[in-house]
Design a protein around this ligand. Structure first.
Ligand code: ATP
Length: 297
């Protein structure tokens, strides 16, 4: 069964159209990144999936159930962007409370805190935690009861690079266990490596929904070739390739996607004049810009 199916969702707030005919799905074990500028509609979409607000039109199926229904709620975990906790409770007490609310044993608090790297701080008050530690409490809370669908709103904001890596490793385990994951993020480079599919929302409209490779292919953005010339040969290499840009011993060449192989052939033909070639594909930022600009109205 598909973890999440959104079909032709529309939501307006007064004159503001937050979501316009949005369709997307998340399969079990799939990690889907939802990208979009501020106000693109990401949080609105998540709130509808959680059953917190109704859509004006369209349908939502959460693990085959209606959003917000008891059966959906018991299988869905949510991590809001700014999770707030009681500052005078310890991590363990806070988790115990959440566990009891979900009908689970509070004894699970410690293992869950251990899993997110908060074991050593379990008996400290949350008021003394750093932002990143509070974010981890939020993640521990989202792990209660083996969720089948995780909805994570900018889950890694406030985390340092090591914590981010640990966070994604936990998500990888959950996905490997068959949970579907929908996460929003502004950190483009990190979702690049850690998600299976990317959905770009622009002003409430889905402007792209594909794997990163697919997005790259369809955008057909120029590729940069950085050619390291043999010392003293940069001018000769630049002239032979009719490349305008030269930076010390490297020669920069920008070419369209369909010219890449031809250019590489010409570079190879220069033989010993060239020491190395670096192929720099368009970044996720370039791709994101391409799709959000092309379709935005
Ligand atoms: N309760 C509300 N009342 C009125 N307008 C709202 C409400 N909630 C959201 N909106 C509007 O809907 C649009 C989408 O907002 P949403 O919060 O879903 O965007 P977002 O992509 O999550 O943005 P961000 O990245 O800043 O969190 C925005 O124009 C916002 O002003």
């Amino acid at each position: 069964m598909t973890s999440l199916i959104l079909s032709r969702l529309t939501k307006t707030f007064g004159r503001e159209t937050a979501l316009d005919d949005v369709s997307l799905s998340v399969a079990p074990g799939e990690r889907v990144a939802l990208l979009g500028h501020n106000g693109a509609g990401k949080s609105t979409l998540m709130k509808i999936v959680l059953g917190l607000i109704p859509a004006d039109a369209g349908t939502v199926e959460v693990l085959g159930e209606a959003p917000g229904s008891t059966r959906a709620r018991t299988q869905v975990a949510y991590l809001p962007e700014n999770a707030a906790f009681h500052p005078s409770l310890t991590g363990e007490e806070q988790m115990g409370l959440y566990l009891r609310l979900r009908g689970e044993s509070p004894r699970e608090a410690r293992p869950l805190l251990d899993r997110v790297g908060l074991g050593a701080a379990a008996t400290r008050r949350i008021g003394t935690y750093s932002k990143g530690m509070r974010q981890r409490v939020g993640l521990a809370q989202a792990l209660i009861g083996r969720p089948r669908l995780l909805i994570l709103d900018e889950p890694t904001s406030g985390l340092d690079p090591v914590s981010r890596r640990e966070f994604y490793a936990i998500l990888d385990d959950l996905a490997a266990d068959g949970a579907g994951i929908l996460l929003s993020s502004h950190a483009l480079t990190e979702v690049e490596a850690r998600t299976d599919r990317i959905v770009i929302l622009s002003k409430g409209v889905v402007v792209a929904d594909d794997t990163l490779a697919g997005l790259r292919r369809n955008a057909a953005l120029p590729t940069r070739l950085q050619i390291a010339a043999r010392p003293g040969a940069a001018d000769e290499v630049a002239a032979a390739l009719q490349a305008g840009r030269r930076n010390g011993v490297t020669v920069d060449l920008v070419c369209e996607a369909d010219e890449k192989l031809d250019r590489l052939g010409r570079i190879a033909a220069l033989g010993p004049l060239v020491e190395d070639v670096e192929i720099i594909p368009p970044s996720l930022e370039d791709i994101y810009d391409h799709y959000s600009r092309r379709e935005s109205r």
